[in-house]
Design a protein around this ligand. Sequence first.
Ligand SMILES: Nc1ncnc2c1ncn2[C@@H]1O[C@H](COP(=O)(O)OP(=O)(O)O)[C@@H](O)[C@H]1O
Ligand SMILES: [Mg+2]
Length: 255
Amino acid sequence: MNATSPSLLAIKGVEHSFGGFQVLRGVSFDVPLGGLVGLIGPNGSGKTTLFNIICGFIHPLAGQVLLDGRALGSSNVVQRSRQGLVRTFQTPRVFEHLTVLENVMTGLYKCSRGGILASMFRLPLARREMLRMKDQALATCDAFGLGGIKHRLAGSLTAGARRNVELARATVSAPRVLLLDEPSSGLSQEEVDQLREQLIRINKSGLAILMVSHDMALMSIVDRAHVLSAGETIACGTMQAIHRDPQVQQVYLGL
Ligand SMILES: Nc1ncnc2c1ncn2[C@@H]1O[C@H](COP(=O)(O)OP(=O)(O)O)[C@@H](O)[C@H]1O
Ligand SMILES: [Mg+2]
């Protein structure tokens, strides 16, 4: 992704504090259309708080988040996910008592057109909509290698398979930006390698990704990264440039 790619998601001057303790100080950066951007920094540097602000779970004390150049203002998580901003969590969140396929289908309800009344009365529109959603979810299960276990309960799956279910659910609605918070946490090395390939695949399909990760092998796939330390930006650029940055070596890599 080159520097002139148009900005899809922009974070401008974001500030936040909890109980008077400032955790984000004037953070600004962009995720371009189709970009794959990393966000790194030591524990407590404010990465998850920034994610919570981007997805509308909390609102910043100053600054703003823009999608396609429009400020998202006070819109909430559901409204932002309808606009194409979707996140995953550090610990994969799946509905344990639903099957893999049902879990993936839940990623589509927010954009379903049938409506609750229509589905309660089993109106033809709702039935057609349900079939369309099922087809879409089945195709997404196949793309994430979940086709063979689509009828298994999500509660019975390994951490790697749960992560895939979460990614499938997050991407089934064709979002515009995917926010991943520590996607490799709890995964085996083999599962991390598979995750890496999945992320490259979905990014190549046009989906922009903003990813928080401590895993340097996983971070090697990003176009560029943004480094936070104690809520402040200390570096941004390619991972090669970041590795060479003396301040990053001191506060983050501990060199
Ligand atoms: N809900 C909260 N209430 C109070 N302090 C919080 C809350 N969430 C995070 N913090 C504090 O904000 C700082 C940044 O946390 P966080 O955003 O989780 O960092 P990171 O994800 O980079 O580890 C930490 O000092 C953390 O203790
Ligand atoms: Mg965190």
